[in-house]
Design a protein around this ligand. Structure first.
Ligand SMILES: Nc1ncnc2c1ncn2[C@@H]1O[C@H](COP(=O)(O)OP(=O)(O)OP(=O)(O)O)[C@@H](O)[C@H]1O
Length: 346
C-alpha cells in the first residue's frame, strides 16, 4: 500500500548552512491490508515519515509510493485527491469544539461538497461503527478522551479512505481506553480491509495491534518485517532496548542470586528455554524427563503476547550429567525450542 524507496529528508538547521537528516535512505514496505507500526524514540523521524506519506512534506531524494503512485511528483491538485484516500487520526484528536460529534465527522464530506442527505447516510453508520450513536449531538467538551478519539476515527473514515494514518493516537489515553481504541482499529482493519499505518513510541501498542513493524532510529529503519518475527528473532540493539522488559528474556532475581557459573558434581543445571508460539507444553517436558530418566523441575516461567501469539521462557533445572544435558537440548531443538545453559544451582 505504501513503499518508501531510498527516501531521505533533510531540513535546514536553524540559521546555519548545516542540515539535519530527519530520514536517511529509508526503504519501507507497508503491505496492503496490514496494520503496520513504526516504532522509535523521540526524534527518530516518525512524524517526518508520516508527513511524507500524506504529502505534507516532499522527500529530498527517493520515492514515496502510495497505492501505486509516486506522490513526490504530483502537483497540488492531484496530491489533494491522494490525501482524500488517506484518513488521519491524531494524539489530541483535533476535533472542532464548536461542532457536535455528528458535525465533526461530517466536516470532510462538507469540504468535499457532498449533499446533506448523502452526508446523513454516511455519518449515521459511522457513529454506529464507533459505538457512539447516542452521542451524535454532543460537543467534544462533553466527551471522554476515548470517545473523542472514536469521533476522530469516524471522521477519518468519512471519505472512505484506503489507508488510515495514526499519529500517536493512543498516547493521551489510559491503558484500558487504549486497548478499546486499538480493538476498534483492528476491527476496522479486518472488516473494512483498511490498511493502518501507525507511529508510536509505545511498545505495548505495537505488540497488541501491529502485524508488521518497522523500527526507526536516527532517521534509519534498523529492521522491519512481521512483528512476531522481528521481536522474537535476533533483534537489533535498538529494538532490544525499546523492548526493554520483555517478560520472555529476563531471568528472575531469586535464581540469579543463587546461581554459579561453573558446573560441579551434584549441582543442578539451569536451562532457559525460549518458546515461540505454543510449542512448550507440560506433557512435552514430562516426556523429556521420562525419556532421559532425569528429573525436570520448572523454576520460573514468563510469557508475553506479541501479535496474538505467546512468546516467553521457561526456566528448568535438571539433575543430569553433561551428556544428558546435551541430549535434553537436542530433544528440545527437535520440538522447535531453543535453549541455553545459564548456570548451576545446589
Ligand atoms: N521542520 C523541521 N525543521 C528542522 N528540523 C526538523 C523539522 N522536522 C523535524 N526535524 C528534525 O528531524 C528529526 C526527526 O524529527 P521527527 O519529528 O520526525 O521525530 P519523531 O520520531 O516524530 O519524534 P517525536 O516522537 O518526538 O515526535 C529531529 O531531529 C527533528 O529535530
Amino acid at each position: 500500500m505504501v513503499a518508501f524507496e531510498g527516501v531521505s529528508k533533510r531540513f535546514a538547521a536553524g540559521r546555519t548552512s548545516a542540515e539535519v537528516a530527519a530520514l536517511d535512505g529509508v526503504d519501507l514496505i507497508v503491505p496492503r491490508g496490514s496494520v503496520t507500526g513504526i516504532i522509535g524514540r523521540s526524534g527518530a523521524g516518525k512524524s517526518t515519515l508520516i508527513r511524507l506519506v500524506n504529502g505534507l512534506e516532499k522527500p529530498t531524494s527517493g520515492r514515496v509510493v502510495v497505492d501505486g503512485v509516486n506522490i513526490a511528483g504530483l502537483d497540488e491538485k492531484k496530491l489533494r485527491d491522494v490525501r482524500r484516500s488517506i484518513g488521519m487520526i491524531f494524539q489530541h484528536f483535533n476535533l472542532l469544539a464548536s461542532r457536535t460529534a455528528f458535525d465533526n465527522i461530517a466536516l470532510p464530506l462538507e469540504i468535499a461538497g457532498i449533499d446533506r442527505p448523502t452526508i446523513e447516510k454516511r455519518v449515521t453508520p459511522l457513529l454506529d461503527l464507533v459505538g457512539l450513536s447516542d452521542k451524535r449531538d454532543r460537543y467534544p467538551s462533553e466527551l471522554s478522551g476515548g470517545q473523542k478519539q472514536r469521533i476522530g476515527i469516524a471522521r477519518a473514515l468519512a471519505t472512505e479512505p484506503k489507508l488510515l494514518l495514526s499519529d500517536e493516537a493512543t498516547s493521551a489515553l489510559d491503558p484500558e481506553t487504549t486497548r478499546s481504541i486499538l480493538a476498534l482499529l483492528k476491527t476496522i482493519n479486518k472488516e473494512l480491509g483498511l490498511t493502518v499505518l501507525l507511529i508510536t513510541h509505545e511498545m505495548e501498542v505495537i505488540k497488541t495491534i501491529a502485524d508488521h513493524v518497522a523500527v526507526i532510529d536516527g532517521g534509519r529503519i534498523v529492521e522491519q518485517g512481521p512483528t512476531f518475527d522481528v521481536f522474537t528473532g535476533h533483534t537489533h540493539a535498538t529494538t532490544r532496548s525499546l523492548l526493554g522488559g520483555l517478560a520472555g528474556l529476563h531471568l528472575p532475581e531469586f535464581l540469579t542470586r543463587q546461581m554459579v557459573e561453573k558446573p560441579e558434581p551434584g549441582l543442578r543445571t539451569i536451562l532457559r528455554i525460549i518458546f515461540k508460539g505454543e510449542n512448550a507444553t507440560e506433557p512435552m517436558l514430562a516426556r523429556l524427563g521420562s525419556d532421559l530418566g532425569i528429573e525436570v523441575n520448572i523454576m520460573a516461567g514468563a510469557v508475553d503476547e506479541i501479535a496474538g501469539r505467546p512468546f516467553g521462557m521457561l526456566v528448568v533445572s535438571l539433575l543430569a550429567d553433561e551428556a544428558k544435558i546435551t541430549h535434553a537440548r537436542s530433544f528440545l531443538a527437535d520440538h522447535g525450542l531453543s535453549s541455553e545453559v545459564v548456570g548451576y544451582v545446589r
